[in-house]
Design a protein. Structure first.
Length: 142
């Protein structure tokens, strides 16, 4: 990953952190290897608007097949999108994809937002680097 490409991805994450209400805290989701924010439905519009402005693409269960191969295979397959869930992604051409998964809770009171990185290549070293970057960008403590 080039430092220029990473700077662009970091900038997106920084803006996303600034857009979230200070009363919410980003945590680490070990199941999906993503940064996780759970927020109240009252903040839905504000956070969704920010996601739309930050990410190049948006797909749901009905449109994911129109996404790039990287989004379909690496994100769609990994996250198993259900009705009502949305995937946002930004492919900046550095062979690394930044994505956000928008998952409303069944009772409508909260939404889980997961933000992760996917690289064309995989492996323990790359995944560890991705985790370290996300933890840094979202100020997530171990």
């Amino acid at each position: 990953m080039s430092s220029h490409g990473l700077d662009a991805l970091k900038a997106i994450c920084t803006r996303l952190v600034r857009a979230t209400t200070p009363s919410y805290e980003w945590t680490w989701d070990g199941r999906f290897q993503t940064a996780l924010l759970v927020f109240g439905a009252a903040d839905r519009e504000k956070i969704c608007s920010e996601l739309i402005s930050l990410f190049m693409g948006k797909w749901d269960v009905n449109t994911i097949e129109k996404a790039s191969v990287m989004v379909r295979e690496h994100v769609g397959g990994r996250m198993d999108i259900k009705p009502g869930q949305v995937i946002f992604a930004s492919d900046n051409g550095v062979h690394t994809l930044l994505f956000a998964a928008w998952w409303p809770w069944g009772d409508g009171t909260r939404i889980s937002l997961r933000v992760g990185l996917c690289a064309e290549r995989s492996g323990a070293g790359i995944e560890e680097k991705q985790e370290n970057l996300l933890r840094e960008w979202f100020t997530i403590r171990a």
